[in-house]
Design a protein around this ligand. Structure first.
Ligand code: PLP
Length: 387
């Protein structure tokens, strides 16, 4: 499905009434009184990139709207509402809130592995690179990194390792295959869905469990034409971040069947991760869950309009990845990108920080683009080419 068809289908708004927060459907979204157009547009965050003042204002709006109650040690109240809502959207019977995605991935593979301690992962995954070998140190799991440099883990990648584990001198079967999609370290490229379906069938035929690091899963429907539940169905457990797309300040949900999720709230506490009050970190999540997929689709439509204006000027060039999701690359031949970024920031357009990768800026598409018209964003970028 292309983006226009997706927008026309009004995919997500239809699901909003199911979520059960009567007061929150409009509350705590972006300001509607013209103030949003005074906030910056940024090309670096996954969500709105709210600063303290904006977050505090939206938190107050969520409190004023009511319709929810605080949690107690991460149990009940808003936390339980969010667990139910994500389980429903992901088509899974149960979900548990965890205060970080790092812990969600770890507890997922720990629980799914049972006694089968070999876990196959993408070499470029967060689980393999950014968790300090936590699954090995804390849960005795042996992570085997595969498919380096590629977003898609294929049957051909895993089959020899499953075979090798079965043929070892000491039997040590593969218990879990973990897939991250989109892959943050590969510029948010997504795993090929047909290959992932093959992988899922192959694993299930052999009794191997499957976990999805879907921190940014809610970007995939726009690029695949498939719902988050369709994609989640290929896996036994699915983690989704609450602070990337849904503007929490932290947090994750892990969804799966009842037997897998049962008991994880106790394991959460065992890992010292049951926040006494999680609600201040989560109060914006319901509103943004209800609207995110539509907002993301509109954000890409806006980004495409900006790109068209910039390319028509002959001063900028944009590049997209073939299996890309939320990122495109922007170059401005002959321009000093640091100076361009500085001037654009003064005018309210925040470009990705840090040293640009070569001669390109790694631009992130997010709903902050909806604060301004595409023409206004393009005007600022064009004006920022010169002092
Ligand atoms: C793909 C992916 N998985 C997991 C995580 C970990 O999430 P958290 O920072 O909530 O621990 C991140 C965070 O950046 C991520 O990008």
């Amino acid at each position: 499905m292309d983006r226009r068809a997706f927008l026309a289908a009004g995919s997500v708004t239809a699901a909003a009434p199911l979520l059960g927060w009567p007061g929150l459907s409009a509350a705590a979204a972006e300001p509607t009184d013209g103030l949003a157009s005074q906030l910056p547009v940024n090309f670096w965050s996954d969500g709105l990139g709210l600063g303290p003042a904006q977050y505090a204002r939206q938190l107050q709006a969520a409190v004023d709207a009511g319709g929810w109650s605080p949690d107690n040690y991460s149990n009940g109240g808003l936390v339980a509402d969010i667990e139910r809502a994500f389980a429903q959207r992901l088509g899974k019977p149960a979900a548990v809130y965890l205060p970080s995605g790092t812990l969600a991935n770890h507890l997922a593979v720990r629980t799914l592995a049972r006694g089968d301690r070999r876990v196959l992962v993408q070499a470029d995954s967060h689980l393999y690179n950014d968790s300090g070998d936590g699954a090995a140190t804390l849960s005795g799991l042996n992570l085997v990194p595969l498919a380096e440099g590629r977003a898609t883990l294929t049957v051909e990648d895993v089959a020899p390792w499953i075979e090798r584990a079965a043929r070892g001198r000491v039997p040590n079967p593969v218990g879990v295959i973990s897939v991250e999609s989109p892959v943050r370290r590969l510029d948010h490229a997504m795993a090929d869905l047909a290959q992932t379906e093959r992988l899922s069938t192959f694993a299930r035929d052999r009794g191997i469990r499957l976990h999805l690091d879907g921190a940014r899963l809610f970007n995939l429907p726009l690029h695949t034409g498939r719902s988050v539940a369709d994609i989640a169905a290929l896996f036994d457990t699915v983690y989704v971040s609450l602070w990337k797309h849904f503007n929490g300040t932290a947090g994750a949900v892990l969804a799966g069947d009842e037997a897998t999720i049962a008991g994880l709230s106790h394991m959460r506490r065992m890992f010292g991760a049951s926040l006494p009050q999680a609600w201040p970190t989560l109060a914006l999540v319901p509103t943004h869950l209800a609207r995110y997929e539509d907002d993301y689709a509109k954000s890409w439509a806006a980004a495409d309009s900006v790109i068209a204006r910039l390319e028509a000027s002959g001063r900028f060039h944009a590049r997209k990845l073939e299996n890309g999701t939320s990122r495109f690359f922007l170059s401005a031949p002959g321009a000093d990108l640091d100076a361009l970024s500085g001037r654009a920031a003064q005018r309210g357009v925040l470009l990705p920080g840090g040293p640009p990768e070569g001669t390109e800026l790694a631009m992130q598409v997010n709903p902050s683009l909806l604060r301004w018209s595409p023409d206004r964003v393009a005007d600022v970028l064009l004006a920022s080419l010169s002092a």
